[in-house]
Structure formats: C-alpha cells, structure tokens
Design a protein around this ligand. Sequence first.
Ligand code: PGA
Length: 248
Amino acid sequence: MVAGNWKMNGDRDSIVSLIEGLGPGVDQLTRCEILVCPPYVYLPLVAELIRSTDIELGAQDLDVRSSGAVTGGVSAAMLRDMGCSHVIVGHSERRTLFGEDDETVAAKFEQALDSNLLPILCVGETLEERRAGATLDVVSRQLDAAIDRVGADRMRTTTVAYEPVWAIGTGESATPQQAEEVHKSLRDRLASIDNVLADAIRILYGGSVTENNAESLFANENVDGALVGGASLKPASFTEICKAADIS
Ligand code: PGA
C-alpha cells in the first residue's frame, strides 16, 4: 500500500490537478493499493474525482467521540458516510500539536474499527528517544496501547505506519536498515501475540519517502508500503513511489 497524507495542503484547483496527474500512471498498477488522505473539507471533492479509479479515500484523523455536542468534531461514521475506507490515527503531528497521548490514540483507533473504517496507526520515536536507544521500546508501547484496547483479533484488518518523528518532513529518511530493524521488531511483537495477525498486518514506512528512496525501502522484507507526506502532493513523485511498490 502507498498512502498519501496531504496534511493541511492544497485547494480546490491544486487537488483537481493532483488527482488528474495521478490518473494515467497509477491506473496501470495491479498490486499496489493506493490511498489518498485529503483534509476533511475536500473529502467529497476527492471522492468524486476518484470515483472511476481504484484509488481509495482516507481521512487524516477522526474524533474520539461518536456524535453529539463536539464543536469542530468529525466522527468515524461521518467519514464512512463520505466514502472513506481508511483513517490515519496517531500521526506524530496529532500527538505533538494536539497533545494526543497513547490512550486517546487507542480510543480513536477503536472508534474507527467500530464504524468499519480501517485505521492506520502511526508509531515512531523522536530523535532524543532514538539517541537514548529507546526506539524499539517507544514503538512497541505505542503499538501495545492499540492492541490492549481492541484485542489482537480486531487488529488483523489494520495497518501500522512506522514514522520516525525525526524523518517526517525533514528530507532525512530512515535508512532501509533502520526501517527494517523497527519493522521487524513490530512484526515480532505482533507474532508473539498471534502469528496470523503478524502475517496479515501491513507495516508501512513513513518519513521523507521520495521516488529516489522508495525502491530501497520497499526491498526490505518487513516494509509493506509507505505513508507519504510531501511527495504525495507531487503527482509524478507519488506515481513513481506507487510504481516502486507495485513491483516490489
Ligand atoms: P513526509 O511526511 O513524507 O513529508 O516526511 C510523512 C508523514 O508525515 O506521513
């Protein structure tokens, strides 16, 4: 899977050009599942633009509550209603800018599953945590919070995205070896709970993925795709990343 996280970027015109730019290149692909995650307000526009393609629609976040007096909130059911199949949960920007902790992220993860939305759980360490040798502890704590909340059985349809915070938007991707080390540890953690789960779940890498490093990242046994920020806003780059995933 290659998922594009557009974050808070774009306007009506640029989004139309972006989707039109993806069309011909990604239409040919047979193996790579492609997802785009626009800002909330553009979900209906993008749903319409991708209607006759295989591209899927995801949201970047959801509210932890299911309905009611929550000014500014958007629920999982609303996202389903607007055509989303997936939702990103626990992105590091949500954790940092909006103070979301593991518990909140786990509750959102559960909300998504309850509404038949497939959550993509983001995990990842900061630079300080990596320097302190805490990377594997941090990512397994973040993963465990979700597993503890929903149980191993319900994890099977979900996706995990390893996104080292120091690699997001910095132009400095994790090396293929660094990514594989963490992905393998996440897979091993899942296998220690349930082998079927470990095989079923996809683990994406995110953090400065471009058309130049995608192939070497995807060559790793435990890297099942990418969550792409900046490069997902450029149709040619995003298409090349999807092509690299399709042949890997
Ligand atoms: P980036 O963002 O590709 O711009 O580093 C990735 C992400 O935050 O999902």
